[in-house]
Design a protein around this ligand. Structure first.
Ligand SMILES: C[S@@+](CC[C@H](N)C(=O)[O-])C[C@H]1O[C@@H](n2cnc3c(N)ncnc32)[C@H](O)[C@@H]1O
Length: 291
């Protein structure tokens, strides 16, 4: 169907430009900026590494592919989880990400087990059945054709191997104990923002809940899912004040950069008042490629 005869698609296509909601999230500087905060966050919740370790079940000698790797933060996490006993390849369509990933991995002294390659998830530059495990983190949420991407991830995975996606879900909560109305408005604002992105760009930004269905359509079996739910309480005594400050500074800088754009999605999603909220639930979904 031509975009002329389908106004929704035409609109989506027009938004697939430099103005996209994904633009900031693809920038190396943004991804590097959030790194330290995330590292400290992982330190404060040691059970998360255990969750990742048991969910991914990496074995020595395995070949692992991380698509949409950005500057390699998750790729290096995979290397650490495998005690550097697996061979890990990060792939990204942005040349700057690949350069940054290579530099940062050298600095982290992980180059022995981690390498990178330029490539598109819709056409991964690897032969059929290359990997024991093919994964991605926060990539599918930015794609207009996530099923096509997962099918391509399946193609490069061995029979008996696994495909894993780690993506945000829509489950979330916000509550201001002194302002019930604001709490409700914040939840509506969040829904409007997600609906606006779907309408304007054709992306499912909170794709987590949909992953099991997408994996099934891509032909995967033995599908498993876990939810990594985060509670963000600034007053949590386990958190350092300096971390709370760093996080607020980071949130504020992102807010400043995205203020105009976020309003656009909120309005497109049906919200007539300005408010924004970030709530996080992260889905870990895996499936096995059967013969
Ligand atoms: C939000 S970042 C996530 C980076 C990394 N996975 C992480 O979790 O830190 C998404 C990444 O996907 C890459 N990307 C976007 N579209 C892609 C495509 N079609 N093929 C490969 N990579 C893509 C972007 O360049 C960006 O580095």
């Amino acid at each position: 169907m031509s975009s002329l005869s389908n106004p929704v698609r035409a609109r989506v296509r027009r938004h697939r430009t430099k103005d996209s909601v994904s633009r900031l999230a693809f920038r190396v500087s943004y991804l590097r900026r959030s790194r330290e905060i995330y590292r400290r966050y992982l330190e404060s919740k040691p059970w998360l590494n255990q969750l990742y370790s048991s969910f991914l079940n990496i074995k020595p000698g395995q070949k692992i592919v991380d698509v949409g790797c950005g500057p390699g933060d998750f790729t290096r996490q995979l290397a650490r989880l495998s005690n550097q006993k697996a061979s890990i390849l990060g792939i990204d369509s942005n040349e700057k990400s690949i350069q940054a990933a290579t530099t940062d991995t050298k600095k982290a002294r992980l180059s022995q087990s981690v390498s990178y390659k330029l490539g598109d998830v819709y056409k991964i530059p690897l032969e059929d059945g290359y990997a024991d495990l093919t994964c991605c983190r926060t990539l599918l949420m930015h794609l207009t054709e996530p099923l096509k991407a997962v099918k391509e991830m399946v193609r490069v995975t061995k029979t008996g191997g696994s495909v894993v996606a780690l993506e945000g879900g829509k489950m979330g909560a916000f509550h201001d104990p002194d302002d019930e109305e604001y709490s409700k408005l914040a939840e509506r604002a969040h829904d409007a923002w997600v609906n606006g992105i779907r309408k304007l760009e054709g992306k499912e930004f909170k794709i987590g809940e949909k992953l099991p269905g997408i994996f099934q359509k891509a032909g995967l079996s033995d599908i498993k899912a876990e939810v990594q739910a985060d509670a963000w309480l600034y007053s949590d005594p386990r958190r350092r004040l300096s971390d709370v400050k760093a996080e607020l500074r980071f949130d504020y800088s992102v807010f400043k950069e995205r203020r105009r754009k976020d309003r656009k999605y909120l309005l497109a999603g049906g919200l007539r008042r300005d408010a924004s909220l970030y709530a996080a639930t992260f889905f870990l979904v895996s499936g096995v490629k059967k013969g």
